[in-house]
Design a protein around this ligand. Structure first.
Ligand code: MF3
Ligand code: CO
Ligand code: CO
Length: 270
């Protein structure tokens, strides 16, 4: 096993897959409202992928070693759910925060991204849930801004961990970003904590995700009996954002972009 360096042809197809994954999030955004069930959001996304995009939902029946096949097209992680929440019949309510994680396959290549949604809008959210979603977004972008040839994965993990912990939050350790391409999860593992100057050195043509999971309380997690859903052990709120990123000759290119992508967070010092 080793890290796949993508060819120009691979990269062009990854741009398409990334844009489509982002466009699913654009499409679903107006549907994320109080009263909608997460299985309705799943149904809408699934239909959009297959019928409008001609893409394939990568999660459906995805089965890593030791797991049962994932039963739905998307992941919907509400409030204290960290990741891999399975869409179900429970309606979203005003003030919930939810992560929608979308991975599509187009022409054999994967695009993987997620965004946070505050159900009922900013005004309905608690100060804490708004701040957690915002800090987590900043963590993702601070990590992205480190990407360039010669940088190391520890540089990315370090800035994410520092920003989260300075805000009083904690970084989930058990799940991480990942290489991505013809496979959903490839090497390397992109952990969201670490020390500068350590870990794998980045090279032009690598493609991986950065997808920090940040908890308002402690870092510890539990798995639900469904074999997929991960929650915070202390039931504190959790947030996550995800982009798929290419290492370019002089920096990075975010592949999961579309008309509705939220503006990058790029402070001058980043
Ligand atoms: N999209 C998730 C990630 O970012 C993986 C979900 S696996 C699934 O890596 F099977 F739950 F979809
Ligand atoms: Co991912
Ligand atoms: Co994802």
């Amino acid at each position: 096993m080793s890290i796949v360096i993508k060819t120009p042809e691979d990269i062009e197809k990854m741009r398409v897959a990334g844009r489509l994954a982002s466009e699913v999030l654009d499409y679903i955004t107006p549907h994320v409202q109080p009263g909608v069930t997460t299985e309705e959001l799943d149904r809408l996304c699934h239909e959009y992928m297959v019928k409008e995009q001609g893409s394939i939902p990568a999660p459906l029946n995805y089965q890593p070693p030791g797991y049962t096949p994932y039963p739905k097209a998307i992941c919907t992680s509400v409030n204290h759910v960290v990741c891999h929440g399975i869409p179900g019949p429970k309606p979203l309510k005003r003030g919930d925060s939810v992560n929608l994680d979308i991975t599509i396959i187009k022409d054999g290549y994967h695009g993987d991204n997620s965004r946070m949604f505050l159900v009922g809008g900013e005004a309905a959210a608690t100060i804490q849930s708004r701040r957690l979603a915002q800090i987590t977004y900043e963590c993702m972008w601070l990590g992205i801004a480190k990407v360039r040839p010669g940088a190391r994965l520890g540089d990315i993990g370090h800035v994410i961990q520092r920003h989260a912990e300075n805000a009083g939050y904690s970084v989930v350790r058990e799940f991480c970003g990942h290489g991505i391409g013809k496979k959903f999860h490839e090497e390397p593992q992109v952990v969201h904590y670490g020390r500068p100057g350590t870990g794998v050195e980045l090279r032009e043509g690598m493609i991986f995700t950065i997808e920090p999971m940040i908890n308002a309380g402690k870092a510890a997690i539990s798995e639900l009996p469904d074999g997929w859903t991960i929650i915070t052990k202390d039931r504190s709120l959790s947030a996550q954002w995800e982009h798929t990123v290419l290492v370019t000759a002089d920096g990075y290119e975010v592949l999961t972009v579309s008309a509705g992508s939220p503006a990058p967070y790029l402070p001058a010092q980043a």
